[in-house]
Design a protein around this ligand. Structure first.
Ligand SMILES: Nc1ncnc2c1ncn2[C@@H]1O[C@H](COP(=O)(O)OP(=O)(O)OP(=O)(O)O)[C@@H](O)[C@H]1O
Ligand SMILES: [Mg+2]
Length: 437
């Protein structure tokens, strides 16, 4: 503990200094001398009467500091009213002169302890704020408050969570938040897009392969489950998982063990599962496309992310967040969120949800103007370009088209697939092929 002693009488200052050996001590003789030290100490022991003022002046200065030190007032014999006044103004304790060495020690001990507690408290609540900020989920609307409360409640458990919500509502963000809130936060967070893995490869992707398990498996390889050991496995687009794999997944979840393809022994794992889907999984079960037992296994704690159009209260804060984010990222000035713009954003239907809003704000930062998504093209087969005579780099062209189409559709993959007239899986396959996020 760092202690600042303020006493204008040199003899008393000397005497007290000799008693205060348990502290890292600084001694001052006046308000002016003491002032620069106030932010640097944990505790101030001050005389009432000082040459250039009094102890109360110091107390008031202390109270303006962000991390205020504790304050103990020393008052002269027969001036109990000063002690009362000091306490009333917020001093932590007082000592009336003359006091014994023991009284001094006891008082300072008590105040130090309280100060340490206050300090620890501040650190804890700071850590909590940081943690909340870490998850970066914006949303003051009642619907999102409920989501946040549920995430906070189950974050630090190993419970399996099923996150449902339309595309772009923040399912992956929520999954990452759950991981960060857990004791597993310093271990791996492994995300698998169940819709993007070709069916023949899915098993080895998830569970791993032994060397030579199939043609092309030259090396033994750990699957995503093993990669997530100790941490969290995020099974994104779980509704896209083929039925055969659903039963294999169910077995792994039940037993907590995986067997690599081609291997005969099991590996015990400790993995927390978070799954997400933008399908109505219950309806998929009823339609016979999703195993009911797996559904119940995954749906231990359901989290439903509401579509953006149902929480329009969040649009201003989200817009501001993304404008700031993209302005920083692209080194541009942050465009103002004007009333007419906000009114337009509030009345939009947001089929692509938060992702669509994020993309629109990024375009606003880059182009300086608000440009809503273009309407989907009609399939009239009339292309505005002709093939170059010298040849065409097909792959580069396809990648370009995919990226453009994605951007045009606010990053919404389902909508992009529809826009391109492709099946959803066909699109995912191409995105994977070109490594497009
Ligand atoms: N509440 C929010 N606060 C801040 N950013 C958000 C919020 N919700 C979503 N985002 C951002 O919007 C984008 C889309 O979110 P995310 O990828 O989590 O959606 P998703 O539900 O997984 O979508 P999809 O089903 O298409 O995969 C991300 O950049 C994410 O950071
Ligand atoms: Mg996602």
């Amino acid at each position: 503990m760092r202690l600042l002693l303020v006493e204008d009488d040199a003899d008393q200052r000397q005497l007290l200094s000799e008693l205060l050996t348990d502290f890292e001590l600084t001694a001052a003789g006046s308000v002016a001398e003491a002032e620069p030290w106030l932010p640097k100490v944990d505790l101030v022991l001050s005389d009432w009467k000082l040459g250039d003022g009094d102890g109360l002046m110091l107390l008031r200065k202390i109270q303006r500091l962000p991390n205020a030190p504790a304050f103990v007032m020393m008052t002269a014999y027969g001036t109990i009213s000063h002690a009362v006044e000091a306490m009333r103004q917020g001093a932590d304790d007082y000592l009336s002169k003359p006091f014994s060495r023991q009284e001094l020690a006891l008082t300072l001990e008590k105040v130090s302890r309280a100060q340490r507690l206050k300090h620890d408290n501040r650190k804890l609540s700071q850590a909590l704020t940081d943690q909340n900020r870490l998850t970066d989920i914006i949303g003051g609307s009642p619907a999102m408050q409920r989501v946040q409360a549920r995430l906070a409640k189950v974050g630090d458990t190993d419970a399996t969570v099923l996150i449902e919500g339309e595309s772009g509502t923040g399912k992956e963000l929520a999954a990452r938040a759950l991981h960060r809130l857990s004791k597993r936060c310093d271990k791996a967070f492994v995300a698998v897009n169940c819709g993007a893995i070709p069916e023949q490869l899915a098993e080895s992707e998830l569970f791993g392969t032994d060397k030579g398990a199939f043609t092309g498996a030259a090396q033994a390889r750990a699957g995503k489950f093993e990669a997530a050991n100790g941490g969290t496995l995020f099974l994104d687009e779980i509704g896209e998982l083929p039925l055969l794999l659903q039963s294999k997944l169910l077995r792994v979840l039940q037993e907590g063990k995986v067997t690599r393809l081609g291997e005969h022994h099991e590996r015990q794992l400790d993995v927390r599962i978070i799954a997400a889907t933008n399908k109505d999984l219950k309806a998929e079960v009823q339609a016979g496309r999703f195993r009911e037992d797996l559904y119940y296994r995954l749906n231990v704690v359901p989290v439903l992310l509401p579509p953006l159009r149902e929480r329009k209260d969040d649009i201003p804060a989200l817009s501001r967040h993304f404008l700031g984010l993209y302005a920083r990222r692209h080194g541009q000035a942050e465009p103002p969120l004007t009333h007419p713009l906000l009114a337009k954003l509030q009345s939009h239907h947001w089929p692509g949800n938060v992702r669509e809003l994020a993309n629109r704000m990024e375009r606003l930062v880059l182009l300086g103007e608000d440009s809503p998504m273009a309407p989907l093209a009609g399939g009239n087969g009339d292309f505005a370009f002709s093939l170059p005579p010298g040849g065409l780099d097909w792959e580069a062209f396809e990648r370009h088209c995919l990226e453009k189409a994605l951007a045009l559709n606010g990053g919404n993959r389902r909508q992009t697939a529809r826009y391109l007239g492709l099946g959803y899986k066909a699109l995912l396959y191409r995105l994977e092929k070109y490594d497009i996020e």
